[in-house]
Structure formats: structure tokens, C-alpha cells
Design a protein around this ligand. Structure first.
Ligand code: SF4
Length: 608
């Protein structure tokens, strides 16, 4: 941590960080205060996490020996707006090579848990082992500024409860804490490869409503479940942080052009429904397992039509965040907001709605809430269910999941409950393994085992090189809609240079919705963390972190064939109102150049 009273900015090697290695089997904790060796160590997040893990040998992410890193970034817990992120980093039960080797990735969430870790002086926890009983890991302040205290408490009373019921119980038990909590799906980790981890928000604890943020991608809820850790409580007040010098930076984050798409602007110019409407208008919305229909069916889920329910969609947010990106929907009979129904982001809305042929707002809100309460990633689940439905349409004589069909709301509800309680592993294993088992991979919407977010792969060849899901780690998913470029040189540059920069937020602790560039982020690090760093330094650390992730993929056995899109992504659709360019020939040429670029960078990196 930086000494912010120092007059001059500090170099990375002037700083230290606090890592706690926790062996759950023996219930022992080893505290290390380490001098930062480089900028990766000083910034934290996935940069430090990848450095620690990219050479690990992990055959089974659920084996007790498999490490799970929980850490924060340098700006987590500062007064830089959206500086709230917690990261879970490790070998994923979902991401895998064609040969079945698990791969390194991460998941990130906002909420208030990360700020409490900062308050406790815990910058990184490395979990290994397996607790003998269901465990609540309670983190408390150390005595006289000493290391934080770790207690291994019984959590058997949480078993079987919904994610939000767990949070309510935990809040009663430890009112001063914020929590990272798994839902029921994580108890069935062998049957559900995409269980997530809920990070509590102030609003959730204050109201009792199910309003966490999710570390949803990659199955880290299941990894926590495999270690028999049901929850982690960070029991401390918010850290004493200064906002001095941050006025302009926070104004840019709060009101600048970058975050505009996530704010609640009139006429759907911001927030969840801006993206939904933009993709619908481009004929690029995920309908019927990523088949755009060119109809107006999906307009039934435009904000005005949802609110006609009658519901009220309110913009709410995390601690001190003015962007307030959460679109929380309430029942509003007579125009008065009453009970909370669901938190609506673009992905759950599109993937549990139109992607499954469901267009009734009430039904979609119900499905979103169901998935959250069971603690699963709505992206992975929505994509896998869409695959099942298309399969059943193609093969009515050999149906999966009882013949589940597009538009079958009751059938989907049952399938969600069965999946989240471990009774439907055929869906819980995710679309890669299911499609390989079935022997039809052409319309399985994933790359490297990570199901696509709600953007068509027909418009984004960059999906194949995302390290941790296509809308979290490779910013190429909006490019065709915004820039309409289809040249090979353009896409090689987009994937090898521009796209990975999206990972910078996941290094320093800011929310992606802040959406400011490296220059502003460098200034934020100078002011709030006292760190001497430039925008180019930050670009370089992203480049090294991406290379560690890519080199790790290749080391565990990813071959050029792993960097691919499903065959359906290469088909031209008359309904997609964007240029058609991801032909098999284009993609083959792109793959050759992108892999050659990354391979050359790996070969030149003597530090790898
Ligand atoms: S942008 Fe949204 S998720 Fe990010 S910190 Fe603000 S309210 Fe939370």
C-alpha cells in the first residue's frame, strides 16, 4: 500500500502488498508482506494474479490443491469513483481447450466487499485445500495494526438457501461486514460449471432485496464450493480514504462520454436498454439461439414496454457511484414502486429473453431472479438453454431436456431450477461439453468453453481471443456497430492491440463502466495511490498480462484450432443489418495473423 503522506510519488518497488495464503484443510493462514517487484505487484488485480498463477499445473480446478486467488486492485477502496472491484482468479471449470485442459481466467465484481478488504489491509488471499465442513471465512481487523484475523466459522445453516437468503442471514449474524457469497448451484459444483459469487452492495444489506453484483463468469462459485467455503465476510468499516485531488477525475468518470452508455439517460440513450435497443436496431440481437429474426418480437422488452407492465425501472448503484448502472425493476401497480423484482442488465435480459424465444416482460423478470437466487451465470445458462432448444428443433425425434422448446417459459423455469440444484448436469456442464457430447458444435455459441455474451459472433471475430469472456476481456464486441470496419488489418489491430486494453480496469480496481482511458487512470493512480505511473506504463502492463494469459493457454495445450468460432457464426443472415465479413476465409486469414502476432510476442518475452 502507498504511503500517501509522502511528498513525492512512489515507484512500484517502493511499495509493499499484503498476501494471505489460506490452507482450508489445516485452517492455517500465512501472512506475507511483500515488496513489490514490479508494476504488476503494485497494481494488483489480474496482473498480479496472473503472474502468480500462469505457470501452475492444474488438472482439475476442483482439486483441493488448485489455488483460487481473491484480490483487489490498487484503486479498490480508494475514493476514485467505481474503485470497488474484487477479482477471483484461477483455473476455470468452464474454460477449456478442445483437449479438455482447464485454463486460467478471472471474474470481477463491484459492490462493497473489495473496499472492506482494503480496510482490513488484505490485498490478496490465496485459497487452497478443502474445509472439513461448510465454512464462513470471517476476516477481521488485526490487533494494533497487525495482520488481519481469519476465523473459520460453521456455515452449515446456509446450505440449500437462496443466494439472497444467505446474505440476509449473514447480515444478521455479522452486521458490520460485506460478503462474497455463493448460491446453491456452487454446492453442486460437479454438476454446474458456471456457478458465480455474489458480492454484496450497501443497497442489498439495507433493503434485504437481491441486489448483489456478481463475479459471474468462469465458475468460481463452484471453485469456492469445492473448497467448502460458502461465504467470506470482510468485517470492517469502509476505509478512511481521501477524495483530495480527485474532483476532475471523478467528474470524468461520473459525467464523461465513456460512462454515458451506462447511465440512466432519457430516451434509452444510456443504460441496459440502450445496448438492447442498439443491437435490436442493428438486427444483431441474440434471438432464438443467436439467430436474429429481423422482426419486432424483441421490442416487447424495450424499457417503455417493460415499464408498461406496470413496473418501474430505477437506476441504482454501488457505494458512492454516480453512474448508477443497476437497472432495478419494481412492481409498480398504480404507478407506485412496491416490491423488487429483478436487476436487469443487457446480458440476462437478452439471453434469458429473446435468445430463448421469451418476450413477455413478467416472464423474463422471473427467470432473471430465479437464476440469481440459484447463483448461476445467466450468460452461460442462457446460451446453453438456447443450444438445447435449437437442437430440439433440429432433432424432434431425439430431444434433450424433455424436448425443451423456444418460448416454453414453464419448461425453462423447471430447467433452471433443476440445473441450479444439480439435477440437470447436461445443461450445467455448459455448451462446449454438451455440444461435443451431442456431436453438433456448429451452433454452440462459445469460444474456448466460455459462452458468448449477448453479441453475435457474426459481428465479432475477437471472441476467439478473449481471455475471460467476450464482453469482459476483449473490447471488440461493439466495434462493428460503432465503426463498421471489416478490413483484415483493422481486425488484426483491434484484437492484438486495442481489444486487450479493456483488461486494464481488471488490473487497477475500477469498474468497466467508468470507461475512461489509460491517461485518466494513470492520473487516478498518481493521486489516490501515490504511484508514479504513466499511461504507457499501464498499456505495457496490460500487454504483459495478456501475454501471460495467452502463453498459459498455449502451455496447457491450446492449439490454433482452439481459437475458433462456431460454424454458424460464418453464415450470412439477411436480418443482420451490419456488414457481413466473418467468412471462413476471412477468419482463417485473421487467425493466422493474430496467432503469429501473439506467438512472436511470446517468443520475444524473455521474462515469461
Ligand atoms: S458503474 Fe454500476 S457496477 Fe460499476 S460501480 Fe457504478 S453502480 Fe456499481
Amino acid at each position: 500500500m502507498a504511503d500517501q503522506s509522502a511528498a513525492a510519488y512512489l515507484r512500484p518497488t517502493d511499495l509493499t502488498f499484503d498476501r494471505y495464503r489460506v490452507d482450508l484443510t489445516t485452517q492455517t493462514v500465512q501472512h506475507e508482506r511483500r515488496v513489490c517487484a514490479d508494476l504488476e505487484d503494485a497494481l494488483g488485480g489480474i496482473a498480479r494474479g496472473f503472474k502468480l498463477l500462469y505457470r501452475e499445473q492444474v488438472a482439475d480446478p476442483y482439486d483441493p490443491s488448485a489455488p483460487l486467488v481473491m484480490n483487489i486492485g490498487a484503486l479498490t477502496g480508494t475514493r476514485v469513483m467505481t474503485g470497488l472491484r474484487t477479482y477471483l482468479i484461477g483455473y476455470s471449470p468452464l474454460k477449456a481447450s478442445l483437449s479438455g485442459a482447464p485454463a486460467l481466467m478471472w471474474s470481477a465484481g463491484s459492490g462493497s466487499f473489495g473496499t472492506r478488504l482494503r480496510s482490513l489491509g488484505i490485498e490478496e488471499i490465496v485459497l487452497t485445500g478443502r474445509a472439513a465442513r461448510p465454512t464462513l471465512l470471517h476476516l477481521g481487523p488485526g490487533e494494533a495494526g497487525g495482520p488481519a484475523r481469519f476465523a473459520f466459522l460453521d456455515a452449515a445453516d446456509l446450505l440449500g438457501l437462496s443466494a439472497n437468503e444467505r446474505v440476509r442471514l449473514l447480515h444478521e449474524r455479522i452486521p458490520g461486514a460485506h460478503f462474497a457469497v455463493v448460491g446453491p448451484a456452487a454446492e453442486h459444483y460437479r454438476e454446474v460449471a458456471y456457478a458465480g459469487v455474489a458480492i454484496t452492495t450497501d443497497q442489498q444489506l439495507e433493503t434485504g432485496d437481491a441486489k448483489p453484483r456478481w463475479c459471474g463468469r468462469g465458475g468460481y462459485g463452484g471453485v469456492m464450493g469445492s473448497k467448502n467455503v460458502l461465504a467470506v465476510a470482510a468485517d470492517a468499516p469502509n476505509p478512511p480514504a481521501s477524495a483530495s485531488g480527485l474532483k476532475e477525475i471523478n467528474r470524468e468518470i461520473n459525467l464523461g462520454a465513456g460512462s454515458a452508455r451506462y447511465r440512466d439517460l432519457p430516451l434509452d440513450r444510456g443504460g441496459t436498454w440502450r445496448t438492447y435497443k442498439m443491437m435490436k436496431d442493428a438486427g444483431a440481437l441474440t434471438e432464438f439461439n443467436f439467430h436474429s429474426t429481423g422482426t419486432d418480437l424483441s421490442a416487447a422488452l424495450f424499457r417503455a414496454n417493460v415499464e408498461a407492465g406496470p413496473y418501474e425501472a430505477r437506476a441504482e448503484g454501488c457505494y458512492l457511484c454516480g453512474i448508477r448502472c443497476h437497472k432495478n425493476v419494481y412492481d409498480a401497480p398504480e404507478g407506485i414502486a412496491l416490491g423488487f423484482r429483478a436487476k436487469v442488465d443487457h446480458e440476462p435480459l437478452a439471453l434469458l429473453g429473446p435468445n430463448l424465444g421469451i418476450f413477455n416482460p413478467d416472464q423474463v423478470l422471473t427467470l432473471i431472479a430465479d437464476v440469481d437466487e440459484l447463483g448461476m451465470d445467466s450468460i452461460s445458462l442462457g446460451v446453453t438453454l438456447g443450444y438445447v432448444m435449437e437442437h430440439n428443433q433440429r432433432h424432434p425425434g431425439a430431444p434433450l431436456v424433455g424436448g425443451l422448446a423456444f418460448g416454453d417459459f414453464e419448461g425453462v423455469r423447471k430447467a433452471i431450477t433443476a440445473t441450479g440444484t444439480g439435477r440437470l448436469p447436461v445443461v450445467g456442464q455448459g455448451v462446449k461439453r454438451l455440444s461435443e457430447q451431442v456431436g453438433e458444435t456448429a451452433y454452440a455459441m462459445h469460444s474456448k468453453g466460455i459462452e458468448y455474451p449477448a453479441y453475435l459472433p457474426h459481428t465479432n471475430p475477437g471472441f476467439a481471443w478473449a481471455l475471460a469472456g467476450g464482453h469482459m476481456s476483449m473490447r471488440t464486441f461493439f466495434l462493428l456497430v460503432l465503426e463498421r470496419e471489416t478490413g483484415l488489418d483493422y481486425w488484426v489491430d483491434a484484437i492484438t492491440n486495442r481489444g486487450p486494453l479493456f483488461m486494464l480496469d481488471d488490473i487497477i480496481g475500477l469498474c468497466k463502466f467508468a470507461n475512461v482511458g489509460p491517461e485518466v487512470e494513470a492520473e487516478a493512480l498518481r493521486v489516490a495511490a501515490g504511484l508514479e505511473v504513466t499511461a504507457d506504463d499501464l498499456r505495457a502492463v496490460v500487454g504483459r498480462t495478456y501475454l501471460r494469459g495467452y502463453a498459459s493457454e498455449r502451455r496447457v495445450g491450446f492449439t490454433p484450432d482452439d481459437y475458433t468460432l462456431p460454424a454458424a457464426a460464418h453464415e450470412e443472415s439477411p436480418h443482420i443489418l451490419l456488414p457481413y465479413f466473418v467468412t471462413p476465409e476471412f477468419f482463417a486469414a485473421l487467425r493466422e495473423r493474430v496467432l503469429a502476432t501473439f506467438d512472436a510476442r511470446v517468443a520475444a518475452a524473455d521474462w515469461l
